[in-house]
Each structure stands twice: as structure tokens, then as C-alpha cells.
Design a protein around this ligand. Sequence first.
Ligand code: ADP
Ligand code: MG
Length: 259
Amino acid sequence: MLAARNLFVSLSGRAILHDVSMALEPGEVVGLLGPNGAGKSTLMRALSGLLPFSGTVELDGDNLAAMSDRARARHIAFLPQARAIAWPLSVENVVRLGRSPWRGLGALSQKDLAIVTDAMEAMDVAALADRPVTELSGGEQARVLAARAMAQTTPVLLADEPVSGLDPAHQMTMMAALRRLAGQRRAILVSLHDLTLAARWCDRLVVMAEGRIVAEGRPADIMTGERLRDVFGITAHIAHDECGLIFAPTGLAALEPKG
Ligand code: ADP
Ligand code: MG
């Protein structure tokens, strides 16, 4: 569905992404992991057409770079890491903005309104519908913006650290909502720092470091102690239970003798 090939991105004269190639298929939740500065946000911004890049990104065979902004917004929704909301719009009106690639400024249909309601319920913000978003907590605002991205009903959703700042229950609400979207044959790329959450909720993980993809595969195959040391610079207990892998960081790799 989405295929990125040989992406290179430079920002302010610095090479940031180096030869990144990856694909997303309908029905999968792919976790994007990597330390701060690895290039996760840059990759998502390039995939959503917000940054110039060299290489190609195709959506169902169509070249992303050749699409109009509106056409692209009907294909890819991007939930950015920064979540500043400047205007005191109501929660419902913010979520309604997710329909604008489909409706412009025209009136929303009954179907649009049903989509908006579903998205608010999926993100547990329906009870806040009439509140100004500027008065909500950071985590509540994050859920409102996630609902807006869901209301865009695109085949591809890129979510940049959508659970950061959320309480444990709403972290699971978020991951469950992403899984539900995948169940509707959408393709989801989600960057995460919580390795346990990533291993439990994602079908596949893509690991970045220093602007490159350094590993890709099923969580149990690629999230080894050696990789945690090499890529994330940590030592960790890795355990299994019926729900999947559990990672408990125990120290910094730099402080431990190699062995
Ligand atoms: P991640 O999301 O994995 O933490 P980013 O994609 O945000 O990483 O950043 C990757 C690298 O690109 C970092 O080293 C960051 O400093 C650099 N970078 C991001 N934006 C710019 C910019 N506008 N100009 C120069 N360097 C940038
Ligand atoms: Mg980032």
C-alpha cells in the first residue's frame, strides 16, 4: 500500500535520513522505534509529504510527491509529536476538522458526523465534546488530536509518539484504537518509546538509529538483549508472558562491562 524507497532527507544542510526504504501493508500496525534523534519524526514527516526528500514514496502505486495536498490528506493522516493547539475550538469542532480533506469548509453529512462521533468515542473524548480544547490537560488534548486524525479515515495513519503523556489506561485505549483501525484494513505506523507496549500491540517493528533502519521484523525476533545494548544503549530484563514480551530496563550499557 505505502512503499518508500531510498529516502534521503537533509535539513539545514545536515543529512538526516540515509537510504531509508520501508513498506506498510493494509491491516498491520508497525511500530517505529529508536532513540531520540534517530530520525523517526523526520521519516513520518517525509512520508506524509511535509518535507522535501529524494527517493520515492508511493501509495497504491501513485507517486506521493505528485499528489495535491488534498489528495494526500485523503490517503495519509499524520498525528504529529508536537501537540500545541492554539485556538479555543470545542473538542467536537477540532475532531470535525479531520473531515476537511473530504468536505472542505462545506457542511458535514450525517455520515461525516457519525465518523466524528465514532472517533471521539474511540479516543474517550466524547464526554468532552463541548469543552474548549485549550482548557484540557495535555493528555486529553493528545486524545482529541488522535480522534481528529482517525476522523480523516485515511488508508494510512502515521502516529508520532501518540501515547507519550497518556496515563496507562489511555495508552491502552490508544493502542487498541490503532489495532481496531488496522482491523479495518488500514495501515498504521506508530512511533513509540515503550518497548513492552510496542512488542504487545505491533505486528512488526522497524528500528531506526542515526537516520537509518537498522532492524525490522517481528518483536520477538529483533528485540534481543544485544540490540537493546547496541541501539538503545541499555541493559534490560526480557521476559515473556501470555501477552507477549516484557522489557524492564536495568541499566545503561555504557556503564556495564561488555561480555
Ligand atoms: P526522532 O523523532 O527519532 O527523535 P527526529 O527525526 O526528530 O528524531 O530528528 C532526527 C535528527 O534530525 C536529529 O538529530 C535532529 O536534531 C535533526 N533535525 C530535526 N529537524 C531538523 C532541522 N529542521 N534542521 C536540522 N536538523 C534537524
Ligand atoms: Mg520524534
